[in-house]
Write a protein that binds this ligand. Structure first.
Ligand SMILES: [Zn+2]
Length: 407
């Protein structure tokens, strides 16, 4: 049963290029990145899915007054199989900005094809997963094959900047969408030899620290309180978090929780002014067992201590928080079926791991839905000259088909 479908898929190189070209030319940047959202990309996708013959396409849009269309689009497309039980493939439509244009060899939002690779912003993250999922659907429809399991495609908005308007909205608006027993794969993290399946994520906590100093002329520093110096002292003192929260868990890489000062807002414009206000941020990734609440509490006491020494105050706000849901069990059906499909189609024995980065699996696991994160990726998300392998895109579609057909 599988062989003719694999042959069909092997002939889909031009289809991959066409779809990647259409997706890349519609930059789906969120309003946080100065973009108009995913509306144009979603409209094209919905039209393409309908043209392919997918019978059930639903839109679950989320209001967002910051974008011209007033909403962030989310698409559900279902191709029924013999069973109601569904394999859901979940991809995100939004992309991150191109970054420094000078670092790109070709324009980021115009697809460039070179050998087995396509280049452009979004081609890997996450258009490759979307295209693999569409290829699986097209292969079934074009060959008039009814799969054993139903195939569900979920293409969502707003993954890169907080997720709020995407999958979590979709799941809240349609609690019964994913049924117990359904299988969910998120093709948005992976390695080039296909051999790793991500089953757990650390909790994510982003903190914003605001230092209230006192601005003055730099020639008379004793008349002010230098907020940059206080910020620096806080950053160094916060290293203590590594000693306080020192659990190890070998499922994860790195195997410890991380506390990383990252963004720093601009302060004064001139060199001869002592800044009176500084803002910096910290990205924390926490192992199961380390709660965001405990980390926040410890941060408060660390910076209060520093602030006291400088006779000033430091505010902490939570900029973003996503508590780590329990890991997907190693023997969850989606994991074992994916492992089996990898063995059967690629001869790969896949290993399981946990990661620091959040994916669309987080809100799913938070609802008790065991999701597996897997794809064959370079990986090279968010970099200039982002690229995606056409053979890997097709190979992953074969794995999905195997999961659908062999129930
Ligand atoms: Zn992604």
């Amino acid at each position: 049963m599988i062989a003719p479908l694999d042959l069909f898929l092997d002939q889909q190189r031009e289809q991959v290029i066409t779809w990647q070209r259409e997706l890349t030319t519609r930059p789906a940047l969120g309003p946080e990145s100065g973009g108009e959202g995913e509306t144009a990309k979603a409209a094209w996708l919905a039209q393409e899915l309908a043209a392919m013959g997918i019978p059930h396409i639903t839109h679950i849009n989320c209001p967002d007054p910051r974008v011209p269309s007033g909403e962030r689009p989310n698409i559900v497309a279902v191709l029924p199989g013999k069973q109601k039980k569904t394999l859901w493939l979940v991809g995100h439509m939004d992309v991150v900005p191109a970054g420094d244009a000078a670092l790109w060899r070709t324009p980021p939002f115009t697809l460039h094809v070179e050998g087995d690779y396509v280049y452009g912003r979004g081609v890997e993250d996450n258009q490759q997963g979307i295209v693999s999922a569409m290829l699986a659907a097209k292969t079934l429809l074009a060959n008039k094959v009814e799969p054993e399991l139903s195939l569900g495609l979920l293409f969502v908005a707003d993954e890169e900047t907080g997720m709020r308007h995407g999958l979590p909205h979709m799941l809240a608006a349609n609690p019964g969408l994913i049924q117990p027993g359904d299988l969910v794969v998120v093709p948005d993290t992976g390695v080039a030899d296909s051999s790793k399946i991500q089953i757990a994520e650390k909790s994510c906590l982003w903190l914003k620290f605001t230092i209230h100093g006192k601005q003055c002329h730099a020639s008379v520093p004793d008349q002010g309180i230098n907020s940059l110096v206080v910020a620096s002292a806080c950053i160094l003192a916060l290293e203590e978090l590594y000693r306080r929260f020192r659990d190890k868990n070998l499922l994860f890489s790195p195997s410890w929780s991380t506390f990383v000062p990252s963004k720093k807002e601009a302060n004064v414009e001139n060199i001869n002014t002592i800044p009176g206000k500084d803002v910096f941020y910290m990205d924390c990734r926490l192992l199961p067992g380390h709660t965001p609440e405990a980390v926040l509490e410890r941060c408060r006491s660390i910076v209060d201590e520093v602030a006291k020494n400088f006779s000033t105050t430091v505010d902490i706000e939570v900029a973003h928080q996503l508590s780590g849901a329990s890991a997907t069990p190693e023997d969850a059906e989606v994991v074992t079926r994916l492992q089996h499909a990898l063995q059967a189609t690629m001869g790969k024995t896949a290993t399981l791991y946990g990661a620091g980065g959040q994916t669309l699996a987080s809100p799913l696991r938070a609802m008790g839905i065991p999701a597996a994160v897997w794809a064959t990726l370079e990986p090279n998300p968010h970099v200039p000259n982002e690229r995606s392998s056409i053979p890997h895109t097709i190979g992953d579609a074969k794995v999905f088909l195997h999961m659908l057909m062999n129930a």
